[in-house]
Structure formats: C-alpha cells, structure tokens
Design a protein around this ligand. Structure first.
Ligand code: SF4
Ligand code: SF4
Length: 83
C-alpha cells in the first residue's frame, strides 16, 4: 500500500504540489497555511509532487517505481528524432 507523508515543518504552503497533482490528492489548510494529504488512495505514484516541492517535504513509500522517461532530459533528447 502506497504511503505519502508531508514534513509539516518543511512545508512552506506554496501549493505547487497541489497544482501539479493529476489526481487531486492534496488539500490546503487555510488555518495553518500548509498542504496536507487528503486522499492518498488517489495517488498514482507519479512523484511529480515530490520533484516539484521546493522544500523536499514530500516522501513516498511502497510506490511502484517506473522509468519516468518524460522527465529524463537525456533520454527525451535521444528519442526526439523518432517523434
Ligand atoms: S510543494 Fe512542498 S512546500 Fe509547497 S505546499 Fe506542497 S509540500 Fe508544501
Ligand atoms: S505522486 Fe503524483 S499522484 Fe501522487 S500525490 Fe504526488 S503528484 Fe499526486
């Protein structure tokens, strides 16, 4: 079962994770000005939130690791000629 945690102390409430998440896993808490995990069941483990978080506050466990070729610049440049 995939687990996701946000280091509350590290979170600066920028909401980038919320913007980037394709499955709306996050919720913004106006009172604390921080983001929390709202629906972890929706998470597809794309790790976009963890990549984009400027504080490195988001961690995943037990997620299925895949080759994210669309984020790998070198690989994308090699593949460009076939597209
Ligand atoms: S991207 Fe990181 S710092 Fe910004 S709201 Fe999300 S967890 Fe907090
Ligand atoms: S890993 Fe992807 S699907 Fe899961 S919370 Fe982060 S951005 Fe959303």
């Amino acid at each position: 079962m995939l687990e996701m945690t946000i280091n509350e102390k590290a979170c600066r409430g920028c909401r980038l994770c919320q913007d980037v998440c394709p499955t709306e896993c996050f919720a913004y808490e106006a009172a604390t000005k921080k983001v929390t995990v709202a629906v972890v069941e929706n998470c597809i483990g794309c790790l976009s939130c963890a990549y984009i978080c400027p504080s490195g506050a988001i961690a995943h466990r037990n997620h299925h690791v895949v080759k994210n070729f669309y984020r790998n610049i070198e690989f994308s440049m090699r593949m460009e000629k076939f597209l």
